[in-house]
Design a binder for this molecule. Sequence first.
Ligand code: UDP
Length: 233
Amino acid sequence: MSEVLLKGKSKVVRQGVCDDSLVIEFLDCVTAFNGDKKAEFVGKGALCAAISGIIFRHLEKHGIKTHLIKDVSETSVSVKKADIIPVEVVVRNKSAGGFAKKYGVDEGSSLKNVVVEFSYKSDTLGDPLMNESQITALGLADQSELRDMADEALKINQLLVNFFASVGIELADFKLEFGRYQDEIILCDEISPDSCRLWDIATGERLDKDRFRRDLGDLLEGYAEVFNRLNSR
Ligand code: UDP
């Protein structure tokens, strides 16, 4: 296997076969609270790789440019080597998690509009929220890139809200990462129950990483439910 370029909390990134490609391996490891809570669930990596693959292919089919090249194994995917913009984009359709806590709004409350948030991708600083002028002041991204990321995030949100609703799941919120590749901004990283809040529309059951964060039930069962529903769509 080729050289490890980066070992993250739940993924390993290796050099790909061509210069401008990478191979991302999804690990069984799961972390929460900036790495303070950690565990391993055998099969989680394969489930996240499969779910993220289904979602990225759905987005590509609807005109969203992504890093995806092809699956290389059950847990690995070959992707374009983009220059990752160190700004995480969170999209919220319902109040939950950090938003519910910070603003004192009950989890599950409706919002008058979709929220798009930027935060600094930095584990050491705990991914602090950042506004546009702070991001441009530090040169992390420029105005036009931020506009592209926010526009793309809203398009992705609309596609995914409908996609998940078609299998009885509400997309409450999720996180995206983008990268620069050949003069374009493309969607990178993953979209999976590790990075989304997914609520069963009929029962309200949490099918995402909150099962682990808040000890709400077997993590793999929730992820497998998401996979089975999307896969049989
Ligand atoms: N999220 C993520 N990685 C992060 C932070 C957030 O994937 O480093 C996802 C998280 O799973 C949720 C959404 O982004 O679907 C919003 O997360 P929030 O800001 O509420 O963070 P929390 O306080 O719950 O970690």
